[in-house]
Design a protein around this ligand. Structure first.
Ligand code: NAP
Length: 546
């Protein structure tokens, strides 16, 4: 297959373009999209703001960062050679190992030659007359390409709290998602961690091991459950490798591509003893089993969810010595699993250590950051290091940070002001030849599984276009409206949609993100793929080809 260029497009008026496709981001999505497009003979440039590949796993190098999904279910599945070559060291590998994996992928498939590092994309503007995208970097460099593919992640726009005085602090401070490569020396020091989501929980566990004094500032607690990580022995790895086909098949069948399968029983279809025994088993089990493999009604039935929450609350009480601290750690505003469940390793026991103090920002809000620490409504705290584990402007935030303009100069940010609207999470009407990998309203969960699917779907669509000499495609407003209605319908009845979290589009640190919206597709991944497969099988009739 030959490369698409201006001449092939057959318009005659289109100037020579720099590339057939620009991919923004060299995380797992961007790397795989590059691999697949290059395989088709396209001239591709990946623009990456970091200095290396890995995306999420490049930026989130905070202490304790690791997989919450089983390592072997999270790697790429497309290359047998890669599967044969790479051994995972832990059931839930840490960031350094994951970063090594990403680098191996880049080397093995010689991806780096088409990746431009330290290239922060500032804008991407569609040229109506020429029919191409002009992608501009922060340093003013511009590239023009037929296709523009975003591979910018769901959780990649870190957000800081709007506290006064953040820049006044004299010691080292940083956001977990922007942790410096050289690290921060916190051993023996007085450290504050603000935020207790999945990142905060991982960071707290690790920092507490060596910090002189760790003070955790918690606004709303989360329901955290044991990860039960352990090393993978050589024999285990051999078994895992032999079982890869079945494992990836299982991931294709489960609701969110994890290896855990929802239990078909209802919470009240079993006796109390059976229920407790099942939950004990899940609590003693690995990873997201307790969230993704629980009774089928746990996330929709209020009473079932309340019982499960009580079960986990009891575990917290058993693990934390001080009943007042235990009570502070038990969520009161949401039930188990209705926000993303942080996975922990002796997280609750950290609060039994003499060098760790928990401060509830609900009782004692932070008033400002001072040159020497944190001032709450109750007192001044002195710190040497402040860690902000305050999360991300999720799902649409990474799009909002790029000035993306489609036909007629319309801004994507404006179009999505009332919540994102997409076709299968991949396309937007009015934004021709723009494709999103893991865009809003695409299936998520165990993300690499969805990434591989999305990338291949985009590859097939571009291939369809090249084979037929179709230069442009975009989603129709009707197909977007239909997908949007479907996504909203799938969200109905889920307890998680009644809760403020990044999964419902809330980020109190970001202007305009204070109202709950459906930013997440919450149907099952198999259903998502069936819909997307149908579009392709139908000759992409849901799309407009220009
Ligand atoms: P998060 O879940 O959004 O948590 C942010 C934390 O910061 C919350 O405790 C939040 O409190 C607090 N916070 C934010 N702004 C604040 C403010 N102005 N004042 C006081 N507290 C504030 O973010 P995250 O922990 O980075 O995790 C985000 C997502 O990334 C996770 O849900 C997960 O999907 C992903 N992640 C994955 C892994 C993994 O797979 N290994 C690890 C880490 C993260 P409130 O709850 O009160 O808002």
């Amino acid at each position: 297959m030959t490369a698409i260029n201006a001449a092939d497009a057959g318009t005659g008026e289109i100037p020579d373009l720099d590339f057939d496709a620009i991919v923004i981001g060299a995380g797992m999505s961007g790397m795989y999209q590059l691999y697949r497009l290059r395989e088709m003979g396209l001239r591709v440039r990946v623009l990456e703001s970091g200095t290396q590949v890995g995306g999420t796993w490049y930026w989130n190098r905070y202490p304790g960062a690791r997989f919450d999904s089983e390592s072997y279910s999270y790697g790429f599945s497309f290359s047998q050679e890669l599967l044969d070559e790479w051994d995972w060291n832990e059931h839930f590998s840490g960031q350094p190992e994951i970063e090594r994996y990403c680098n191996l992928v880049a080397d093995k498939f010689d991806l780096r030659r088409d990746i431009q590092f330290s290239a922060r994309v500032a804008s991407a503007v569609y040229d109506d007359d020429g029919g191409f995208w002009t992608v501009s970097l922060a340093d003013g460099t511009q590239y023009r390409a037929r296709f523009m593919i975003t591979a910018i992640g769901l959780l990649s726009a870190p957000t800081m709290p709007r506290f006064e005085g953040i820049n006044d602090f004299q010691g080292p401070w940083c956001h977990t998602g922007l942790w410096p490569k050289e690290g921060i020396d916190y051993a023996g020091k007085r450290v504050a961690v603000i935020g207790t989501g999945a990142s905060g929980v991982q960071a707290i566990q690790e920092i507490s091991k060596t910090a002189g004094q760790l003070t955790v500032f918690q606004r709303r607690p989360n329901w955290c459950t044991p990860l039960h990580n352990r090393p993978i022995t050589k024999d285990e790895m051999a078994e895992i490798r032999a079982g890869y086909p079945e494992l990836f098949q299982l991931c294709r069948e489960t609701a969110a591509c994890f290896i855990h399968t929802v239990d078909p029983r209802g919470t009240f279809e079993v006796t109390e003893e059976e229920r407790t025994a099942f939950w004990e088993e899940l609590y003693a089990g690995q990873g997201f089993g307790i969230w993704q493999g629980n009774f089928r009604d746990m996330l929709v039935d209020r009473e079932a969810n309340r019982l499960m929450s009580d079960f986990v609350a009891d575990k917290i009480r058993q693990r934390v010595n001080d009943p007042k601290v235990a009570d502070m750690l038990i969520p009161k505003d949401h039930g188990f699993g209705t926000r993303r469940v942080p996975q922990e390793t002796r997280y609750y026991e950290v609060y039994n250590q003499p060098n760790v103090k928990l401060v509830s920002m609900l009782e004692e809000p932070i008033e400002r950051i001072t040159p020497t620490g944190v001032r709450t409504s109750a007192q001044d705290y002195e710190f040497d290091v402040i860690v902000y584990a305050t999360g991300f402007d999720a799902v649409t935030g990474s799009f909002d940070r790029i000035d993306i303009r489609g036909t007629g100069g319309q801004r994507l940010k404006d179009k999505w002001a009332g919540g994102p609207q997409t076709f299968v999470g991949v396309m937007v009407d009015g934004f021709p030849n723009m494709f999103m990998i893991m865009g809003p309203h695409a299936a998520l969960g165990n993300n690499p599984r969805s990434i591989e699917y999305n990338v291949e779907w985009v590859r097939d669509l571009i291939s369809h276009m090249t084979q037929r000499g179709l230069p442009f495609t975009e989603a129709t407003p009707e197909s977007v409206a239909e997908w949007n209605a479907f996504v909203h319908q799938k969200a109905e009845g889920l307890l998680s949609n009644e809760i403020d979290s990044w999964m419902t589009g809330i980020n109190l640190n970001v202007e305009g993100k204070q109202t709950r919206t459906v930013v997440r597709y919450s149907g099952t991944a198999p259903e998502y793929r069936a819909k997307c497969d149908e579009v392709a099988a139908d000759g992409y009739q849901a799309l407009r080809f220009l």
